[in-house]
Write a protein that binds this ligand. Structure first.
Ligand SMILES: NC(=O)c1ccc[n+]([C@@H]2O[C@H](COP(=O)([O-])OP(=O)(O)OC[C@H]3O[C@@H](n4cnc5c(N)ncnc54)[C@H](O)[C@@H]3O)[C@@H](O)[C@H]2O)c1
Ligand SMILES: [Zn+2]
Ligand SMILES: [Zn+2]
Length: 369
């Protein structure tokens, strides 16, 4: 048994609180990880705002974690205590139809540990957000969800690979691979959107247009590789993107990415496409969110514009391949993770970090243990 502390949601509408926890020893093919750093992703805030989104309380928040393996369960051969790891929330199951046809990037059912993390005061089992739980000192995950990092990879930056970065970069590399020389727009330049911008740059897009409502985010967008920016408060971002891409053929981008979680931004992403382009939605919807797309408008309708719409889950990441690949891009100076960490905070500061995210003046707060 291992004792620790974690930020838990105890009931709908309540702020996260720090409580003592204990973890049973890892079971077969599981590992216990001592967390060193965890990024605060908007999805944790969304889980809180959606009152747990169906998960039983108490809920152990956090899914962007890195740390050291502390204990391994029976049958674990590839990891040992002391190994530095990043935790993957979509480790492919190997059994679903996608995995069986050799397409683990589109696995239906990620591997999960059996529940063994308890609140100390009443032994209640906690639900681990996205099978992780990283806003705390320790967690237990499936061995295949703990991805070994190069020894020289700093873990307070490696943690960002677990969600925001692998989702954003992966959206542009795996979900909807951006063709070299093409035009790209990214709506929402937070942790995920700025990573899409980096992915589009790595894919050699000719134009990368960042769209946001926050001037500081637009400045950051330029720093991470946007060639142009659009402030969506200044008017219709669709018209602005079409004007920037005017080529005598109505303009538009070959690829648009939505990274806000706001339905109208998905509509905008579709409307700003050039003929035959593809919009990719990344933001996390609530159960009742809907969009109303035009089919028949001659300029922007899905039919006449031959528009495609894709959904990105975690950048269609294959963690065993992509996490080390992204870490190496960082170590080679090609992927900027340093500038993404705008705040290093204590576990007690989770709620202020959520507020800062709502205010829009952080890229990532990283909880340090
Ligand atoms: N699909 C996935 O696998 C996946 C993974 C991670 C995060 N997400 C989701 O992606 C979204 C973004 O996450 P994040 O961590 O980058 O959040 P974030 O809060 O850091 O960024 C959101 C950005 O959207 C901007 N924005 C808000 N309203 C806007 C508007 N009308 N037009 C343009 N920009 C606007 C904000 O200013 C902010 O910069 C969230 O919904 C999150 O839950 C999905
Ligand atoms: Zn699978
Ligand atoms: Zn996330």
């Amino acid at each position: 048994m291992t004792e620790g502390r974690a930020a838990l949601l105890l009931e709908p509408g309540a702020p996260a609180v720090i409580e003592d926890i204990y973890l049973e020893d890892p079971g077969p093919n599981e590992v216990l990880v001592k967390i060193v750093a965890s990024g605060v992703c908007h999805t944790d805030l969304t889980v809180k705002n959606l009152n747990g989104n169906g998960m039983p309380f108490p809920i152990y928040l956090g899914h962007e974690g890195a740390g050291y393996v502390e204990r391994v369960g029976p049958g674990v051969v590839d990891l040992k205590p002391g190994d530095p790891v990043v935790i993957a929330y979509r480790a492919p199951c190997g059994r679903c139809p996608s995995c069986r046809r050799g397409d683990p990037r589109r696995c239906y059912a990620a591997l999960r540990p059996s529940p063994k993390i308890h609140r100390k005061k009443d032994d209640a089992l906690v639900s681990q957000v996205l099978r992780c739980g990283t806003f705390g000192t320790h967690t237990v995950v499936h061995e295949k969800a703990a991805i070994k990092m190069p020894e020289n990879m700093p873990l307070d930056r490696a943690c960002l690979l677990a969600c925001g970065v692998c989702t954003g970069v992966g959206a542009a590399m795996n979900t909807t691979p951006v063709a070299p020389g093409s035009r790209v727009a990214v709506i929402g330049c937070g942790g995920v959107g700025l990573s899409v911008i980096q992915g589009a740059r790595l894919q050699n897009a000719s134009m990368v247009i960042g769209v946001d409502i926050s001037p500081v985010k637009l400045e950051w967008a330029k720093k991470f590789g946007a060639t142009h920016v659009v402030d969506a408060r200044d008017g219709d971002p669709v018209a602005a993107v079409r004007a920037l891409t005017d080529d005598g053929w109505d303009g538009g981008v070959e690829y648009s990415f939505e990274a806000t979680g706001i339905p109208k931004c998905i509509d905008q992403a579709v409307q700003m496409l050039a003929y035959g382009g593809t919009a990719t939605t990344i933001g996390f919807p609530s159960q009742t969110d809907r969009i109303d797309l035009s089919l028949g408008d001659m300029a922007i309708g899905v039919y006449w514009n031959k528009a495609g719409l894709r959904v990105c889950h975690c950048g269609d990441t294959l963690p065993t391949l992509d996490f080390p690949l992204l870490a190496n891009l960082y170590l080679q100076g090609k992927l900027d993770l340093d500038s993404m960490v705008t705040n290093r905070i204590a576990l007690e500061d989770v709620e202020p970090a959520f507020h800062a995210m709502e205010e829009g003046n952080v890229i990532r707060s990283v909880i340090m243990f």
